[in-house]
Design a binder for this molecule. Structure first.
Ligand code: ADQ
Length: 489
């Protein structure tokens, strides 16, 4: 994060998330190098500049020795980051196990991988115990750094137990919890063996936030149907105590993207890309390589489009940039091979000696290269099977004020609720529909593109990451004041 020049901070904010916004790589016994990591939460919170924020989280590495821990703590302090040290066993059970193997697929309506289902059921208890333990370890670090008046903002499905741990230690602490993924229908949440414990733990927070009204509604339904509590227009009531529940749709730091387009290195990238793809329309996909992003479905839809539109064969290219994540998990390795195989087949089928229809990169791009790509794109394809919000769609729109390209967007991304009027909405499972939408987008008139872009650009530049964080924190402050007034009456 940057601190704004000359402006006093509004308040101290402790942001608690599973991962710190930097990845640490050990260079020696007491030397570390730090790198900003890609991801939606990082991108959104980089835009939050009004608060004196500190970030508490796991640095993504196992550091068993005290000397290493001391050195890393010191290096991270310069970035306003405070590490939580988790050992390998906890990471395995809590992070790989309970968070990524159980909660992540469940919250995205994907269920569990068939062959793992029985094994997961067996190891469930130990993984849940590790989840609770890890949340307690996060709480211990928060308690150590907390000062009276701080706002503590807990993030995501990794830390659903944290509000309870924090409030049990200090009931006066202002605690908010925000979920970056969808919250599923209460019928899905009901299948979780630890369903009630998780809901009670989240309800310990003063304010609970989601990207969309639908996710908030699902959460309230889960509390009423599973816990038998009362849902009110403000939230959920338990024995006279109200937990406020509301929607806070996230945004991006749109100015950062718009300004970047003027930088010389970005202009140079743009020039190169325009030269390389001079006689082709550019379609773009930017995703973490994750099941929920629907990358194979997207590529198959592109293949169908090529199949049905031979006149477009040498006139369009799909650039798919996919950052590998959770590379040690077999399910993700399988996904990578599957994507490679489909891309290879399509390039073999439709490529020529001098050009291929799909360029697929398994890596992260730096910010400038990403902005340039967004700016030269004619059609962006976001085909998530489920997605809490999807910031790539916002970033694309922010970089398109000159070109006014078209956004094809999954109806199952939270962003469909904010950018739906300007995008072409699709069901990503329906490959024929996506293929037809590709044709519609490539053939769209300039007037229609302009009209759609205006709508989305206005939204993205006014509903920013800063506004999101300010609204959440103000609401949290107000909620606590109102609760204190109610108690006094
Ligand atoms: P993510 O699943 O990570 O976030 P998304 O919101 O699209 O998804 O954010 C991805 C971020 O990573 C973007 O800022 C993008 O620029 C960056 N990124 C992706 N691929 C990249 C690449 N190849 N190179 C460089 N950068 C890349 C989670 C939820 C989302 C929710 C966010 C924020 O899953 O639904 O929108 O949190 O709440």
């Amino acid at each position: 994060w940057e601190t704004p020049d000359g402006k006093p901070f509004r308040q101290r904010l402790l942001v608690v998330a599973n991962r710190l916004p930097v990845s640490a790589v050990r260079r020696g016994k007491e030397s570390w190098s730090l790198e900003i990591s890609a991801g939606g939460l990082v991108s959104a919170l980089l835009g939050v500049k009004e608060f004196e924020a500190r970030w508490i989280g796991w640095a993504g590495v196992n550091v068993p020795d005290e000397a290493g821990q001391r050195a890393l703590t010191k290096a991270l302090a310069e970035k306003r980051c405070i590490p939580v040290f988790l050992d390998e066993e906890i990471v395995h059970q809590y992070y790989n196990g309970y968070c990524n193997n159980i909660l992540w697929p469940l919250f995205h309506y994907l269920g569990l991988p068939q062959e793992d289902r029985l094994a997961t059921t067996r190891s469930f208890q130990s993984q849940f115990a590790a989840y609770v333990k890890a949340n307690e370890m996060f709480a211990a670090v928060v308690n150590q750094h907390y000062q009276e008046g701080d706002v503590v903002w807990c993030h995501d499905y990794h830390l659903m137990f944290l509000p309870k741990c924090l409030k049990e230690h200090n009931s006066d602490m202002k605690v908010g919890w925000f979920l970056h993924t969808p919250f599923p229908s209460s019928e899905i949440h009901r299948t979780l063996p630890s369903r009630s414990k998780l809901l009670h733990a989240v309800l310990a927070a003063d304010l609970v936030g989601f990207h969309t009204y639908d996710y908030a509604r699902h959460f309230v339904s889960a509390c009423t149907r599973i816990l038998g509590l009362e849902g009110t227009p403000e939230g959920v009531e338990d024995q006279g105590r109200l937990t406020r529940v509301a929607a806070f749709p996230i945004g991006i730091d749109s100015d950062r993207f718009i300004r970047a387009l003027e930088f010389s290195q970005v202009r140079e990238h743009i020039r190169e890309l325009k030269e390389t793809f001079a006689d082709r329309k550019v379609m773009l996909g930017v995703d973490r390589l994750d099941m929920i992003k629907g990358i194979p479905q997207k590529i198959l839809a592109f293949e169908k489009f090529l199949e049905e539109n031979p006149t477009w064969h040498d006139k369009v290219v799909l650039l798919q940039i996919a950052v590998p994540t959770r590379t040690d998990v077999p399910e993700y390795q399988k996904l990578t091979s599957q994507v490679h195989e489909i891309v290879g087949r399509i390039n073999g089928r439709f490529g020529t000696l001098t050009a291929v229809p799909i360029h697929h990169l398994d890596r992260s791009l730096d910010f400038y290269a990403l902005c340039a790509l967004y700016a030269v794109t004619d059609v962006a394809l976001v085909t998530s099977l489920r997605d809490g919000m999807n910031l790539v769609s916002y970033e694309f729109v922010a970089c398109q004020d000159a070109k006014k390209g078209v956004l094809i967007l999954s109806e199952f991304a939270g962003a469909a609720q904010s950018l739906g009027a300007g995008a072409i909405l699709v069901n990503p499972w329906n490959i024929t529909e996506v293929a037809t939408s590709i044709g519609t987008a490539l053939n769209m008139s300039a007037e229609e593109r302009e009209k759609r872009h205006r709508h989305n650009f206005a939204h993205v530049t006014t509903h920013t990451a800063q506004e999101w964080a300010e609204t959440f924190v103000s609401e949290l402050n107000d909620t606590v004041v109102e609760a204190q007034q109610r108690t006094k009456q």
